[in-house]
Design a protein around this ligand. Sequence first.
Ligand code: PEP
Length: 246
Amino acid sequence: MFIAANWKMNLDKKSILEFTKSLQNFKFSNQINTCIFPPMTYTDYLYNLTNNLPISIGGQNCHFESFGAFTGEVSANFLKDTGCEYVLIGHSERRTLNNENNAEIKSRAETAINSSLKVILCVGENLTDREEGKALEQIEKQLNDCLPYNFNNSFIAYEPIWSIGTGKIPSAFEIQEMHTHIKKIVYRILNKNINVLYGGSVNVENINSIIEINNVDGVLVGGASLKAKDFLAIYSAAVKHLNISS
Ligand code: PEP
């Protein structure tokens, strides 16, 4: 089970210090992998504050080139150098606000993996596609276009765009159907089994009903991961779920 926390452009140094203080006496479980994606400027700061804890650090994006004249971009090598083990690629906010297309996302993921980062590749349909019954088709296209040949030790995050930050989530049936679909497509393309995380308005109230859905291997949490108390409550719900189902 994987719990990923995407802080986006939130939490400064002082808030990160406060957050990590709340983690120090918490009993982490070896059944859960967890990764926090802080703002890029704080990856090594968070890495140093958590190096006694079973928490990985990730970057929120990386460029498809490893170095050069790309003002404002971040290299996968630099993420690695500042303690990152993971990187998010193709988050819908990057696709929409930074015009990242499928081809670019594919090369960003490929470069990240060649730099020994583990990728969480985000895919998700918009509301029109969902309402018109085209969600499965849309995700299949994204996977066909974005999956690099070297997709090792990596994950897919299914994040319906209409669910991110809105409080709306797909039904349990829709989540299960999509996660099963994604696993089948990745198997067909790469001949490998992959873990799929669900992301979109996950919070303390709905976590129990989401993690019990078949083929949900973890969650990617945005807004609800900004408070240590909520992040740990989501983590604890996952531990409880594993203990009940084992
Ligand atoms: C996200 O941005 O990856 C996300 C899942 O956000 P939220 O949990 O706030 O919907």
